[in-house]
Design a protein around this ligand. Sequence first.
Ligand code: ASP
Length: 597
Amino acid sequence: MSFPTDQELVPAGMRTAYCGALRSSDAGRSVSACGWVARRREHGEHLAFVDLRDHTGIIQCVVEGASDLRSEQVLRVTGTVRLRPEGTVNPALSTGEVELGDCEVELLSGAEPPPFSLDARAETDEAVRLRYRYLDLRTTRMQRNLRLRARLNSALRAAMERQGFVEVETPMLWTPTPEGAREFAIPSRLQHGSFYVLPQSPQIAKQLLMVGGLDRYYQIARCMRDEDLRADRQFEFTQLDIEASFVTQADIHQFVSGAVIEATIAVSGEAPPGIVTMTWSEALDRFGTDKPDLRFEMELVDLHDAVAGTEFKAFSSAAHVRAIRVPGGGDWTRSRLDSLVDRAVQLGAAGLVWMRVRAEGVMESPVAKFLSEVHQRQIVAATSAEPGDLVLIVAGERFRTSKVLGQLRLDLAQPAVSKRPYRFCWITEFPLFEGVDDEGHLIAAHHPFTMPHPDDIDLLETDPLSVRSQSYDLVLNGWELGSGSIRIHRADIQRRVFTALGISDEDAEARFGFLLAAFRYGAPPHGGFAVGLDRLVALLAGEDNISEVIAYPKTQSGADLMSGAPRPIGAKQLSELGIRIVPATHASSNARAPSGA
Ligand code: ASP
């Protein structure tokens, strides 16, 4: 990726050159560069090499009488660009052929010794880095990631605007939305006892924009969900949020695909392979997950036909028998195979059958004696296994077998997050409901405004769990990047879905009354999507933790180590808000939030 640094960036203000931009063609120029002392090395009695760093790179300055210069001091160095003497060229540096000589140094700002060395970022405790995040931000990695993020945002904006989308800002002080995650509440000073909530997403606001005739809306929106933090989840996150009227699911896919492809090219310089679409059901059967990583094969194979008629109980009595082939796994040791079996059991399988494929389709396995030669050959043929391969088989119920094999597939072969290509895929036809809660009500898989699949609407009352929805996810290299749906704009269908979810008319009125009221005044058919930008940036930057692409992330316990947030507030402010603090109970501080759509 190239940023407008080197030759394109025009220096101004106190500097006439950027540190990382100087080249041999600049030899003879007198320049002023500004930045931080990255390193100082003595060079004879009176001279020192001072490496000056700005966000574009490092320039070596030869400075006289520099004994009082220290790491991270801020300098303006004026000197003459000259070629380094032969044998001292540093090919690892973009400026490695030159240095600044005859330097005049102006100390712009002193610096205490930094609490960690920026060169030793990898060995530095994360808590120290986050406490002094402004120092961490000076590292090449953080500079690269934040600039990549800015470029991605700008490419996404351009792509959405090119497609006729208009950017609208929606409120941060809002009312509960239907994603289902726990919300952050903000007490109202003017109405004691009432609260705003921070939006989990602009879901309702953007649907109302469609009623308001905006037609195509987008926003790079901040969303807040008070859920447990993980490598791919922070309290606050950012999404490219869109909504459009008079469209089908295919139109939404086209808008979003166009934007993510353009943005990927803008930051990586590489066009990703074409985006494939598969149904939720197909993804589960082929990859054992609804977020398949398509960078590698090892697809799940259905052995139903291959083992038909076998007398081996574990297979004949199971609803599903599925396998994956591990190329070259045939020489794995017994202890490695035993730990695979343990892993499968831990993932919920009744057991795991392993078979080493020997010459001509002969299997070596603890269960080989229970399987006829014909069945063994059929398994080999079905999995396309070759001598030297390993075949792993799980038998049981559909979702369990695919989930276990899908996870083993990832355990055994998933490439590192930084490995290209970028394989985006659309997953469609998710079930409308994901199960039943303790009170016997169905649970919405996405959110309650998701339109059922047109072919399944009649099953809403008779066989609701089999109803497919018009919702869809975008997945990149095994990460769910976001989801969306075509919304219900008809009051009759909305009522049937609310009834299935156990939301009474009064309930619906109390929670979403203002949306339902708006729908009575002419709601266009509409649908939308949200792309999680923290995850997209992380993947494009090759990072497996989103905090590496966020300027000021929180720790797992929700703390901002730099600012000290969250902190107590003063008695005066509390009384203005009409709030009295009671000690936290164990239950309230540890309760888990349901996960959001
Ligand atoms: N509101 C959904 C989310 O934030 C996205 C959508 O349905 O547009 O996940």
